[in-house]
Design a protein around this ligand. Structure first.
Ligand code: SF4
Length: 425
């Protein structure tokens, strides 16, 4: 590990990562003498070495949370179901948006039994716009398992929570501590940031040895009897005060913060390697036939599995977006279509992809060529190569199916909502 050179005195200061992990119960942490400051300089007046003042640090944090914590809807009753849904929903989602989705979800699926009994289509539709649809599918699967194997009672044991579909270490810790008050520290990106600054963790926080060190410090900070409040307080502090732009001047932990004392807050946490953004140039078209539009249901695996979509795909080298839309229809459905109108471009970010979606209005070259037809005599594909099902829908029926975000934008652009809608609206 790199030993960072401290600005005070220019001597090497040992990284706190070299401090062995906690071997003692958090409430019995003995006071250690403050860490040596390079060059023998006097610490900042009022500074309290965090590792030696854990009880005071906890108290300052809990007092702040009691006064400043947000009254979020899942903080009223702390039912395991509500905590679980909120934790899964809030991953990669801004709080305001997450709260809106949470309220609608609870109206629609107020408990595990209702969620288990719902169709996958309803669950995906309620999730639409949050992305990462495997999360919604896993919530659905887990609800069914709780009904079938746990008698409808949410399991409390950490290993049972962890065994539910889609529940990783963070979500299991959050449910166990926040819903069941078990003394397990939660480490999300907010906690990583706060801990890395408090203890001056000087290597990339998602890699070893920093990742283990942060988990150990987070666990050591946790007061066993107040796990629910403490874990939420740490995450709340990271969200409201100790963000990317830290507001140290109003931080309740300022006097315990090593990075603040050293003037290196902006250098913590140390980032890892950035995942490169991949541009994706794709084309899709809305195929019209006598007042209805064609949609297909994606395959059971891969991105957006089992969501509905307008057929389309990547624009190949040497091909125009319009040519790509026509080719994709031919390859995926066998339909021979032509472009009626170009709608424009929708840009959309998806994980590490930057998607540019070229959108068209399409019509069939020859309606009479098809041998398969629906009940209203519209052509049906002889074969679907990238889908498991297809339908002709009236535009207003598009609100009832789950579409990937870019396709929802296209549907809204064409059929009137003007902006991506939340489920149930
Ligand atoms: S003092 Fe600043 S860097 Fe330290 S925990 Fe508070 S907000 Fe974060």
């Amino acid at each position: 590990m790199r030993a960072r050179r401290c600005s005070l005195g220019g001597m090497k200061r040992p990284s706190l990562l070299s401090v062995p992990g906690p071997r003692i119960e958090p409430e019995r942490v003995p006071a250690r003498p403050p860490a040596a400051v390079p060059g023998g300089a006097v610490p900042t007046p009022g500074f309290l070495e965090p590792e030696s003042h854990i009880p005071e640090l906890r108290r300052a944090l809990l007092d702040w949370f009691a006064a400043a914590g947000r009254p979020l809807p899942w903080r009223q009753r702390y039912t395991p179901y509500e905590v679980w849904i909120s934790e899964v929903m809030l991953q990669q989602t801004q709080m305001e948006r997450g709260v809106a989705y949470f309220r609608r979800w609870m109206e629609r699926f107020p408990d595990v039994a209702t969620l288990a009994a719902a169709s996958e289509e309803d669950v995906l539709r309620a999730w639409e716009g949050l992305g990462y649809y495997s999360r919604a599918r896993n919530l659905h699967k887990a609800a069914r398992r709780i009904m079938e194997e746990e008698g409808g009672v949410f399991p409390a044991a950490p290993e049972s929570i962890r065994a539910l579909p889609g529940v990783g270490p963070y979500t299991a810790a959050a449910i166990a501590s926040i819903a069941f008050k078990q003394p397990i520290a939660c480490v999300d990106a907010n906690v990583e940031r706060v801990v890395s600054r408090l203890f001056d963790v000087d290597s990339p926080v998602r890699q070893e040895p920093a990742a283990s060190a942060i988990r150990e410090w987070a666990q050591r900070l946790l007061p066993p009897e107040q796990a629910r409040e403490h874990n939420q307080a740490m995450m709340e502090l990271g969200a409201l005060i100790c963000g990317k732009k830290a507001r140290c001047e109003i931080c309740p932990l300022e006097r315990f913060c090593t990075a603040r004392r050293l003037g290196i807050v902006h250098e913590r946490p140390v980032p890892g390697r950035k995942t490169p953004v991949v541009p994706l140039n794709v084309a899709s078209g809305v195929l019209f036939c006598r007042g209805k539009v064609f949609v297909q249901r994606r395959l059971n695996t891969g991105a957006w599995a089992r969501l509905w979509e307008f057929p389309g795909g990547r624009v190949e080298d040497g091909e125009s977006p319009a040519e790509a839309a026509v080719r994709e229809y031919r390859e995926e459905t066998g339909f021979i279509v032509r472009v009626r109108q170009e709608y424009g471009v929708i840009r959309h970010g998806y994980t590490t992809f930057r998607v540019t979606l070229h959108c068209f209005s399409l019509e069939l070259e020859d309606e009479s060529a098809a041998t398969l037809r629906d009940a209203e005599n519209r052509p049906l594909p002889e074969v679907l190569t990238a889908a498991t099902d297809c339908r002709w829908l009236a535009p207003e029926e598009l609100t009832g199916i789950a579409l990937p975000a870019a396709h929802r934008k296209l549907a809204d652009m064409l059929f009137g909502a003007g902006q991506a809608r939340l489920p149930g609206l």
